[in-house]
Ligand binder design. Structure first.
Ligand SMILES: O=C(O)CC1=CCC(=O)O1
Length: 255
Protein backbone atom coordinates (compact mmCIF):
# COMPACT_ATOMS: atom_id res chain seq x y z
CA UNK A 1 0.00 0.00 0.00
CA UNK A 2 1.43 3.39 -1.00
CA UNK A 3 0.95 5.50 2.14
CA UNK A 4 0.87 9.28 1.68
CA UNK A 5 3.08 11.01 4.23
CA UNK A 6 4.61 14.40 4.93
CA UNK A 7 7.94 14.73 6.71
CA UNK A 8 9.04 17.88 8.57
CA UNK A 9 12.08 18.64 10.69
CA UNK A 10 15.78 17.86 10.73
CA UNK A 11 16.96 14.74 8.86
CA UNK A 12 19.05 13.67 11.86
CA UNK A 13 16.26 14.15 14.44
CA UNK A 14 14.61 11.26 16.27
CA UNK A 15 11.50 10.30 14.30
CA UNK A 16 7.99 10.86 15.65
CA UNK A 17 5.15 9.27 13.67
CA UNK A 18 1.73 10.94 14.02
CA UNK A 19 -1.28 8.73 13.20
CA UNK A 20 -4.85 10.02 13.05
CA UNK A 21 -8.49 9.29 13.68
CA UNK A 22 -10.98 7.66 11.35
CA UNK A 23 -12.42 10.33 9.03
CA UNK A 24 -9.37 12.62 9.31
CA UNK A 25 -6.26 13.41 7.28
CA UNK A 26 -2.72 14.15 8.38
CA UNK A 27 -3.78 17.83 8.60
CA UNK A 28 -5.33 17.09 12.01
CA UNK A 29 -1.79 17.13 13.47
CA UNK A 30 -0.99 20.67 12.32
CA UNK A 31 -1.00 22.09 15.92
CA UNK A 32 1.77 19.70 16.99
CA UNK A 33 4.11 19.93 13.97
CA UNK A 34 5.81 23.29 14.68
CA UNK A 35 6.51 22.60 18.37
CA UNK A 36 7.85 19.08 17.67
CA UNK A 37 10.12 20.34 14.89
CA UNK A 38 11.38 23.16 17.11
CA UNK A 39 12.16 20.51 19.74
CA UNK A 40 14.42 18.81 17.16
CA UNK A 41 12.22 15.90 16.02
CA UNK A 42 11.76 14.62 12.48
CA UNK A 43 7.97 14.54 12.27
CA UNK A 44 6.31 11.99 9.98
CA UNK A 45 2.58 12.42 9.44
CA UNK A 46 0.57 10.12 7.21
CA UNK A 47 -2.95 9.48 5.94
CA UNK A 48 -4.52 6.25 7.16
CA UNK A 49 -5.44 3.64 4.55
CA UNK A 50 -8.40 4.90 2.46
CA UNK A 51 -8.12 8.42 3.91
CA UNK A 52 -6.73 11.66 2.47
CA UNK A 53 -4.25 10.81 -0.29
CA UNK A 54 -3.53 7.20 0.75
CA UNK A 55 -5.06 4.62 -1.59
CA UNK A 56 -8.50 3.15 -0.87
CA UNK A 57 -8.38 -0.63 -0.29
CA UNK A 58 -10.69 -2.94 -2.24
CA UNK A 59 -12.03 -4.52 0.93
CA UNK A 60 -12.19 -4.12 4.70
CA UNK A 61 -8.91 -3.33 6.44
CA UNK A 62 -7.57 -4.87 9.64
CA UNK A 63 -5.37 -3.35 12.34
CA UNK A 64 -2.61 -5.63 11.03
CA UNK A 65 -2.96 -3.83 7.68
CA UNK A 66 -2.83 -0.39 9.33
CA UNK A 67 0.15 -1.37 11.50
CA UNK A 68 1.84 -2.92 8.46
CA UNK A 69 1.43 0.40 6.62
CA UNK A 70 3.42 2.12 9.40
CA UNK A 71 6.18 -0.50 9.26
CA UNK A 72 6.41 -0.06 5.47
CA UNK A 73 6.54 3.69 5.93
CA UNK A 74 9.40 3.37 8.44
CA UNK A 75 11.23 0.91 6.17
CA UNK A 76 10.85 3.29 3.22
CA UNK A 77 12.35 6.14 5.27
CA UNK A 78 15.17 3.91 6.54
CA UNK A 79 14.04 4.35 10.16
CA UNK A 80 14.63 1.48 12.63
CA UNK A 81 12.84 2.89 15.68
CA UNK A 82 10.41 5.76 16.11
CA UNK A 83 8.26 7.42 18.72
CA UNK A 84 4.60 6.83 17.81
CA UNK A 85 1.75 9.17 18.67
CA UNK A 86 -1.72 7.99 17.63
CA UNK A 87 -5.17 9.39 18.25
CA UNK A 88 -8.27 7.19 18.22
CA UNK A 89 -7.81 4.84 15.22
CA UNK A 90 -4.19 6.03 15.27
CA UNK A 91 -3.95 4.96 18.91
CA UNK A 92 -5.38 1.54 18.02
CA UNK A 93 -2.70 1.31 15.33
CA UNK A 94 -0.12 2.22 17.98
CA UNK A 95 -1.35 -0.52 20.35
CA UNK A 96 -1.12 -3.05 17.50
CA UNK A 97 2.49 -1.96 16.89
CA UNK A 98 3.27 -2.13 20.62
CA UNK A 99 2.02 -5.73 20.70
CA UNK A 100 3.35 -6.99 17.35
CA UNK A 101 6.41 -4.84 16.55
CA UNK A 102 7.64 -3.28 19.82
CA UNK A 103 11.26 -3.37 18.60
CA UNK A 104 10.34 -0.58 16.14
CA UNK A 105 9.11 1.76 18.89
CA UNK A 106 10.96 4.15 21.20
CA UNK A 107 7.80 5.23 23.01
CA UNK A 108 4.04 5.35 22.59
CA UNK A 109 1.49 8.11 23.12
CA UNK A 110 -2.09 6.87 22.86
CA UNK A 111 -4.58 9.75 22.65
CA UNK A 112 -8.38 9.58 22.94
CA UNK A 113 -8.50 5.93 22.05
CA UNK A 114 -9.79 2.52 23.10
CA UNK A 115 -8.73 -1.11 23.00
CA UNK A 116 -12.36 -2.23 22.58
CA UNK A 117 -14.87 0.26 21.21
CA UNK A 118 -18.58 -0.41 20.83
CA UNK A 119 -19.83 -3.59 19.25
CA UNK A 120 -18.55 -5.04 15.98
CA UNK A 121 -22.12 -4.73 14.64
CA UNK A 122 -22.20 -0.98 15.33
CA UNK A 123 -19.00 -0.50 13.29
CA UNK A 124 -20.17 -2.72 10.42
CA UNK A 125 -23.39 -0.68 10.44
CA UNK A 126 -21.46 2.62 10.37
CA UNK A 127 -19.38 1.36 7.45
CA UNK A 128 -22.55 0.32 5.60
CA UNK A 129 -24.08 3.77 6.20
CA UNK A 130 -20.98 5.43 4.73
CA UNK A 131 -21.05 3.19 1.67
CA UNK A 132 -24.83 3.42 1.06
CA UNK A 133 -25.61 7.02 2.06
CA UNK A 134 -22.24 8.69 1.59
CA UNK A 135 -20.04 10.64 4.00
CA UNK A 136 -22.61 13.45 4.36
CA UNK A 137 -24.54 11.02 6.58
CA UNK A 138 -21.46 10.59 8.80
CA UNK A 139 -19.88 14.05 8.97
CA UNK A 140 -22.32 15.91 11.28
CA UNK A 141 -22.10 13.18 13.94
CA UNK A 142 -18.31 13.04 13.69
CA UNK A 143 -17.90 16.77 14.30
CA UNK A 144 -20.14 16.60 17.37
CA UNK A 145 -17.99 13.79 18.84
CA UNK A 146 -14.70 15.44 17.85
CA UNK A 147 -15.28 18.80 19.58
CA UNK A 148 -17.21 20.21 22.52
CA UNK A 149 -20.29 22.31 21.69
CA UNK A 150 -18.61 25.40 23.20
CA UNK A 151 -15.52 25.02 21.01
CA UNK A 152 -17.62 24.52 17.86
CA UNK A 153 -19.66 27.65 18.64
CA UNK A 154 -16.48 29.69 19.13
CA UNK A 155 -14.67 28.32 16.03
CA UNK A 156 -17.04 28.44 13.01
CA UNK A 157 -14.18 28.42 10.48
CA UNK A 158 -12.54 25.32 12.01
CA UNK A 159 -15.96 23.69 12.29
CA UNK A 160 -16.36 23.98 8.49
CA UNK A 161 -12.77 22.86 7.90
CA UNK A 162 -13.07 19.68 9.99
CA UNK A 163 -16.55 18.95 8.65
CA UNK A 164 -15.10 19.15 5.14
CA UNK A 165 -12.17 16.92 6.17
CA UNK A 166 -14.44 14.07 7.20
CA UNK A 167 -17.06 14.63 4.47
CA UNK A 168 -14.29 14.44 1.84
CA UNK A 169 -13.02 11.07 3.13
CA UNK A 170 -13.75 8.32 0.56
CA UNK A 171 -16.73 6.32 1.85
CA UNK A 172 -15.00 3.05 0.96
CA UNK A 173 -11.89 4.13 2.89
CA UNK A 174 -13.95 5.09 5.93
CA UNK A 175 -15.84 1.77 5.76
CA UNK A 176 -12.55 -0.16 5.44
CA UNK A 177 -11.34 1.42 8.69
CA UNK A 178 -14.71 0.75 10.40
CA UNK A 179 -13.95 -2.90 9.57
CA UNK A 180 -10.55 -2.58 11.29
CA UNK A 181 -12.21 -1.27 14.47
CA UNK A 182 -14.97 -3.91 14.34
CA UNK A 183 -12.45 -6.74 14.12
CA UNK A 184 -9.68 -5.44 16.42
CA UNK A 185 -8.42 -7.70 19.18
CA UNK A 186 -6.11 -5.67 21.41
CA UNK A 187 -7.13 -6.12 25.04
CA UNK A 188 -5.33 -9.41 25.69
CA UNK A 189 -2.06 -8.13 24.19
CA UNK A 190 -1.79 -4.88 26.16
CA UNK A 191 0.19 -6.39 29.10
CA UNK A 192 2.92 -7.44 26.64
CA UNK A 193 3.63 -3.88 25.42
CA UNK A 194 7.13 -3.14 26.75
CA UNK A 195 7.58 0.51 25.74
CA UNK A 196 7.00 3.60 27.90
CA UNK A 197 3.44 4.68 27.18
CA UNK A 198 1.50 7.83 27.88
CA UNK A 199 -2.29 7.59 27.56
CA UNK A 200 -4.08 10.92 27.11
CA UNK A 201 -7.87 11.15 27.37
CA UNK A 202 -10.21 14.09 26.86
CA UNK A 203 -12.38 14.69 29.93
CA UNK A 204 -15.33 15.54 27.64
CA UNK A 205 -14.75 12.88 24.97
CA UNK A 206 -18.10 11.19 24.20
CA UNK A 207 -16.49 8.60 21.89
CA UNK A 208 -13.67 7.25 24.09
CA UNK A 209 -14.22 8.68 27.59
CA UNK A 210 -11.39 8.25 30.13
CA UNK A 211 -13.40 5.78 32.23
CA UNK A 212 -13.60 2.42 30.49
CA UNK A 213 -11.22 3.37 27.66
CA UNK A 214 -8.06 5.37 28.46
CA UNK A 215 -8.07 4.05 32.03
CA UNK A 216 -8.33 0.45 30.84
CA UNK A 217 -5.34 0.89 28.53
CA UNK A 218 -3.21 2.63 31.16
CA UNK A 219 -4.04 -0.08 33.73
CA UNK A 220 -3.14 -2.92 31.35
CA UNK A 221 0.17 -1.70 29.87
CA UNK A 222 2.93 -2.19 32.46
CA UNK A 223 4.86 1.07 31.87
CA UNK A 224 1.91 3.39 31.23
CA UNK A 225 0.23 6.34 32.88
CA UNK A 226 -2.98 8.24 32.16
CA UNK A 227 -3.45 12.00 31.82
CA UNK A 228 -7.00 13.37 31.53
CA UNK A 229 -7.21 16.76 29.82
CA UNK A 230 -10.12 19.05 30.77
CA UNK A 231 -12.02 20.88 28.02
CA UNK A 232 -11.22 18.31 25.36
CA UNK A 233 -13.59 16.09 23.38
CA UNK A 234 -12.30 13.51 20.87
CA UNK A 235 -9.82 15.53 18.77
CA UNK A 236 -8.23 16.81 21.95
CA UNK A 237 -4.96 17.66 20.21
CA UNK A 238 -6.87 20.29 18.21
CA UNK A 239 -9.14 21.58 20.98
CA UNK A 240 -6.41 21.76 23.66
CA UNK A 241 -3.26 21.98 21.50
CA UNK A 242 -0.88 23.46 24.09
CA UNK A 243 -1.70 20.89 26.78
CA UNK A 244 -1.54 17.92 24.38
CA UNK A 245 1.73 19.14 22.83
CA UNK A 246 3.25 19.72 26.24
CA UNK A 247 2.29 16.22 27.45
CA UNK A 248 3.57 14.63 24.23
CA UNK A 249 6.94 16.43 24.16
CA UNK A 250 7.56 15.71 27.84
CA UNK A 251 6.87 12.01 27.29
CA UNK A 252 9.03 11.77 24.14
CA UNK A 253 11.96 13.28 26.03
CA UNK A 254 11.87 10.28 28.39
CA UNK A 255 11.61 7.63 25.62
O1 LIG B 1 -16.82 7.90 16.42
C1 LIG B 1 -15.90 8.66 16.09
O2 LIG B 1 -15.93 9.33 15.06
C2 LIG B 1 -14.69 8.68 16.95
C3 LIG B 1 -13.72 7.66 16.58
C4 LIG B 1 -13.69 6.37 16.94
C5 LIG B 1 -12.53 5.73 16.35
C6 LIG B 1 -11.92 6.85 15.64
O3 LIG B 1 -10.87 6.85 14.99
O4 LIG B 1 -12.67 7.97 15.80
Amino acid sequence: MQVHSVVDGPADGDVVVLSGSIGSTLAMWQPQVGPLVRAGYRVVRYDQRGHGRTAVPDEGASLADLGGDVLELLDGLGVDRAHFVGLSLGGMTGMWLGIHAPERLRSLVLCCTSAQLGTPESWFERGATARQQGMAAIADGSIERWFTADWLAAHPHERREYHHMTAATPAAGYAACCHAIATMDLLGGLPSIPVPTLVIAGADDPATPPEGHGSVIADAIPDARLEVVPGAAHLGNVEQPERFTDLITTHLATG
